[in-house]
Design a protein around this ligand. Structure first.
Ligand SMILES: Nc1ncnc2c1ncn2[C@@H]1O[C@H](COP(=O)(O)OP(=O)(O)OP(=O)(O)O)[C@@H](O)[C@H]1O
Ligand SMILES: [Mg+2]
Length: 398
């Protein structure tokens, strides 16, 4: 019987840790065998601030996913988030002495392309292959075995602040896990949600989380941009709490139940005040004003990211919003009116196994991490695990 391809993926989000045990099926399809989310405190805007609490949440989510799947996996792929993440393009050209492309030629070309100058104090998180050309022919999917004289490789090196990455590695170890690779959360969310056609046509993926918004742009099948904005749904909740003088839990409930972008009706609702002693009437109009101000700021930050790509015309496949924050009522019509591009809500697609349980937009990132592990062959017990790890976490390449 063929060996099972099992992967453990962990998404350390600002509001929750998600863990997924998956199995690779035919054609790299992902079957979800176990999936769980544990609320976390101790993260801010995608970064670890309280190691113990984050480690506990990771352990809890992983234990639950493992027990659903009847597995005991502890080697995990882990998401990295935060606005410190940067992408740096790199390219390299090598000549092919044997007249054809061998696996080691490809590895060498990619290694050379990765030798970019990174921002100060940055470490490599992940290398994203953008394209390979043999004798100038671009768009080659797998060049190994092709005949030619010259091999060119183009990559994006995703890097992040060393201290942030060291702390993330530390909490992962404290949770009893061995990280097998790190994946930029924004990229993983795209892998969780987008279809090949979206990437080919051109698409903007917004992963609107609690503390961050990941912006990933694809065109012609390749990544064009990846960036992280340090604002997510928690900022709206915090504004509501301060603006209306209610506790965070009430502010969150008001947001989930009554906040609606672009729509202020004349209603009101009664809630308890911060000290819990008296009741306060909240006009929906007030809620609307708070919401509008924060969303305006958020949209401005996202637009700063969109401007980093040259647009002859908009993304043909439109904008896909995912992450828990994308569930804010009225988000789609608000962005459509603002940018004039079609907007749709996206969640994990094309899954086998526990697909119903995994469909929430909050799981897009963890699903993408699992897909990334399968695509790079980093399942448990993979024979050439370490050579792949070295390609993946290319810290060694520097
Ligand atoms: N129905 C809803 N309406 C509005 N906001 C929602 C809804 N459901 C969830 N949210 C918001 O989504 C946010 C959490 O999203 P998500 O789980 O994707 O974040 P995360 O991955 O933990 O954080 P990050 O990606 O920023 O690190 C919270 O701010 C929450 O209030
Ligand atoms: Mg997230």
């Amino acid at each position: 019987m063929a060996k099972r391809q099992l992967v453990l993926a962990v998404d350390v989000g600002t509001t929750k840790v998600s863990a997924l045990v998956g199995e690779g099926r035919q054609d790299n399809e992902l079957a979800v065998l176990g999936i769980a989310a544990t609320p976390v405190v101790g993260m801010r805007r995608g970064l670890v601030f309280e190691a113990e609490r984050v480690a506990l949440a990771i352990r809890d989510a992983v234990n639950r996913a493992n027990s659903m799947a009847s597995t005991d996996l502890s080697v995990a792929g882990v998401s990295v988030n935060g606005d410190h993440l940067k992408i740096t393009p790199g390219q390299a050209k090598i000549s092919l002495r044997t007249g054809s492309v061998r696996a080691e030629d490809l590895r060498l070309a990619i290694q050379k392309a990765c030798q970019v100058k990174l921002p100060a104090d940055h470490e490599v998180v992940q290398v994203i292959r953008r394209g390979v050309a043999v004798d100038g022919f671009r768009g080659v999917v797998d060049p190994v075995g092709m005949v030619g004289h010259r091999l060119e490789a183009e990559v994006f090196v995703v890097s992040g602040l060393g201290t942030v990455l060291r702390n993330l590695r530390r909490v992962v170890a404290m949770a009893g896990l061995t990280p097998v690779g790190f994946i930029a959360g924004a990229r993983a969310a795209a892998d969780g949600v987008l279809a090949d056609d979206d990437r080919q046509l051109g698409v903007v993926l917004l992963d609107i989380g609690g503390g961050t918004t990941g912006v990933t742009i694809y065109r012609g099948g390749h990544l064009q941009h990846l960036g992280v904005v340090p604002i997510g749904g928690e900022a709206i909740t915090a504004d509501i709490a301060v603006g209306l003088g209610v506790v965070a839990a009430q502010a969150e409930r008001l947001k989930l139940e009554y906040a609606h972008l672009g729509e202020a009706d004349g209603g009101s609702v009664e809630v308890r005040t911060v000290n819990g002693q008296s009741v306060k009437r909240i006009e929906f109009g007030e809620l609307q004003e708070i919401l509008d101000a924060r969303i305006e700021e958020w949209a401005g930050f996202v637009e700063d990211q969109l401007r980093l790509v040259e647009w002859a015309k908009g993304p043909a496949a439109g904008v896909v919003v995912t992450g828990g924050g994308a569930l804010l009522k009225g988000m789609g019509p608000f962005l459509e009116a603002r940018w004039g591009w079609p907007v749709r809500l996206g969640g994990p697609q094309g899954l086998q196994g526990l697909s119903d349980l995994s469909r929430s937009p909050g799981y897009s990132t963890v699903v993408g991490v699992a897909r990334g592990l399968l695509a790079t062959g980093m399942e448990r017990g993979s024979r050439d695990l370490w050579s792949r790890v070295s390609l993946f976490i290319t810290r060694m390449l520097r």
